[in-house]
Ligand binder design. Structure first.
Ligand SMILES: *[C@@H]1O[C@H](CO)[C@@H](O)[C@H](O)[C@H]1NC(C)=O
Ligand SMILES: *[C@@H]1O[C@H](CO)[C@@H](O)[C@H](O)[C@H]1NC(C)=O
Ligand SMILES: *[C@@H]1O[C@H](CO)[C@@H](O)[C@H](O)[C@H]1NC(C)=O
Ligand SMILES: *[C@@H]1O[C@H](CO)[C@@H](O)[C@H](O)[C@H]1NC(C)=O
Ligand SMILES: *[C@@H]1O[C@H](CO)[C@@H](O)[C@H](O)[C@H]1NC(C)=O
Ligand SMILES: *[C@@H]1O[C@H](CO)[C@@H](O)[C@H](O)[C@H]1NC(C)=O
Ligand SMILES: *[C@@H]1O[C@H](CO)[C@@H](O)[C@H](O)[C@H]1NC(C)=O
Ligand SMILES: *[C@@H]1O[C@H](CO)[C@@H](O)[C@H](O)[C@H]1NC(C)=O
Ligand SMILES: *[C@@H]1O[C@H](CO)[C@@H](O)[C@H](O)[C@H]1NC(C)=O
Ligand SMILES: *[C@@H]1O[C@H](CO)[C@@H](O)[C@H](O)[C@H]1NC(C)=O
Ligand SMILES: *[C@@H]1O[C@H](CO)[C@@H](O)[C@H](O)[C@H]1NC(C)=O
Ligand SMILES: *[C@@H]1O[C@H](CO)[C@@H](O)[C@H](O)[C@H]1NC(C)=O
Length: 354
């Protein structure tokens, strides 16, 4: 059987998972891109080959600024989703369209968006950034940015910029990590963004935006434990907040598959083409007898259903890792970021995952 056929048979296909970056990750078959190691230029080239600057292509021409003459400016990066023509924004906004995608952004695109957001928030004059994306990408983008950005400036991920601008302009939005605003106007920490609006239980909202565009915060500002300043990720993996690993280690392929009775030889043949595997554990949290595990690549078990379940080391096969409270898509993003940075050992990953 051809490997691709096997892989597509293995692929999980619940709606949440189909909406994940996996779709595109899978189309990308070359496991690793050969990158020149002699990168001593100041800026990394982001895509694998040359002809690389295409992803940036038409980013500039929709730059508008609504008003003038106040210092701080809100940068709005558009990758899809809703951008209403509105004049109700509270500060100056600068729209930059990067993609107009209706499918889930893949890891390359995520790093490209991060680069643009990073450039804008480094500017003294920027008060923060809003990233407008499509509904399918919201959970992945919000979680990705939560890990990749360690800043106190507000970065808000949303499907509709009208909901996010009041949040980004709210003084109390700072120092909470990346936030997301769902289409029901609830504000979540990026680490806990639900897979879709209304999938309650995936995370606790931290605020609500009312009809007058006032933001009512439920809690004082603080960051989620996963990415707080005392977290393992921030203390030991400061390189997660840099993009440079993608040059050394290439673009990882981390599929999400359903748990099932697959042969061990199938799993071991998979390990030569992917950098990690996320397994959606079936039904109960006890997957200890599952046959999907590997000593060659990291295998992470995650639970797809809400309300949240916690998958720890006791719930998974000996050579696998539990994703804790992370959903399959969040686990996929975290595993991909780790792979980009060459972090693949079981013990290291067990520390990183909740
Ligand atoms: C991500 O999507 C872009 C198209 O926007 C494609 O060119 C690129 O190869 C994809 N990357 C991966 C890793 O699939
Ligand atoms: C930087 O690039 C220059 C010119 O390509 C090369 O001579 C030099 O050895 C490089 N330095 C490093 C540290 O790679
Ligand atoms: C792509 O790389 C090749 C080999 O390094 C080089 O000859 C070519 O000029 C590059 N093309 C562009 C558009 O940079
Ligand atoms: C983009 O790539 C084209 C050809 O690949 C090159 O001519 C052009 O200078 C590049 N633009 C930038 C901004 O690097
Ligand atoms: C963007 O580019 C298109 C095509 O070149 C052009 O028709 C349009 O007027 C440009 N928009 C702005 C705001 O410059
Ligand atoms: C944006 O603001 C600057 C400075 O106020 C002004 O020079 C420029 O023309 C404005 N651009 C647009 C597209 O309105
Ligand atoms: C701003 O909104 C008001 C009320 O919706 C409208 O009357 C006005 O024309 C708008 N101004 C601009 C510049 O769009
Ligand atoms: C808007 O953002 C783009 C991209 O960051 C930047 O190049 C441009 O100068 C900004 N425009 C204004 C008026 O600040
Ligand atoms: C970017 O440009 C390409 C080709 O020029 C076009 O097909 C695509 O629709 C443009 N995307 C956006 C967001 O304008
Ligand atoms: C953002 O820019 C800073 C300063 O240039 C850099 O140290 C950091 O690695 C960048 N982060 C990302 C995610 O690109
Ligand atoms: C999982 O099930 C196996 C046998 O089915 C049992 O031995 C094991 O104790 C269970 N683990 C947990 C954490 O319940
Ligand atoms: C990132 O940091 C970790 C922990 O310090 C290290 O093991 C890993 O090799 C680093 N990755 C890169 C690409 O430098």
């Amino acid at each position: 059987m051809k490997l691709q056929v096997v892989l597509s048979a293995l692929l999980a296909c619940s709606s949440a998972v189909v909406a994940s970056p996996i779709e595109n990750l899978f189309k990308y078959r070359a496991a690793k891109v050969s990158h020149s190691k002699t990168i001593n230029s100041t800026l990394p080239t982001w895509s694998s080959s040359n002809g690389s600057n295409t992803t940036y292509a038409n980013s500039t021409n929709s730059t508008t600024n609504t008003t003038s003459s106040e210092k701080s400016q809100l940068q709005i990066i558009v990758t899809g989703g809703e951008v209403p023509i509105t004049n109700s924004s509270l500060t100056h906004t600068n729209y930059t369209r990067l993609y107009n995608s209706s499918s889930a952004l893949n890891i390359t695109e995520l790093y490209n968006v991060a680069r643009v957001v990073n450039e804008t928030i480094q500017e003294e004059s920027s008060s923060g950034a809003v990233v407008v994306t499509n509904a399918k990408s919201l959970e992945a983008v919000a979680f990705f940015f939560s890990i990749v950005f360690d800043t106190n400036k507000p970065i808000i991920i949303t499907e509709d910029s009208a909901y996010a601008i009041p949040v980004a302009n709210d003084k109390k939005a700072a120092s909470r990590g990346v936030l997301s605003v769902t289409s029901d106007k609830l504000v979540y920490s990026g680490v806990f963004t639900p897979a879709s609006a209304c999938s309650y239980g995936a995370g606790l909202p931290v605020a609500i935006v009312d009809d007058q565009d006032q933001v009512e915060w439920f809690f004082d500002a603080s960051k989620p434990t996963l990415i707080s300043s005392s977290s393992v990720i921030r203390k030991e993996y400061s390189n997660f907040t840099t993009p440079y690993g993608i040059l050394q280690n290439g673009i990882p392929v981390v599929p999400i598959v359903y748990d099932g009775g697959y042969s061990t030889s199938l799993i071991s043949s998979l390990s030569s083409v992917v950098q990690g595997l996320v397994v959606v554990s079936s039904g109960s949290t006890n997957s200890t007898s599952s046959t999907i595990e590997s000593t060659k690549i990291p295998v992470v078990y995650a639970e797809a259903n809400t309300p949240l379940n916690f998958i720890d080391a006791k719930d998974v096969p000996k050579n696998a890792i539990g994703a804790g409270y992370l959903s399959p898509i969040k686990a996929q993003i975290l595993l991909s970021i780790a792979a980009v940075n060459g972090v693949t050992s079981k013990s290291a990953l067990e520390n990183i995952f909740p």
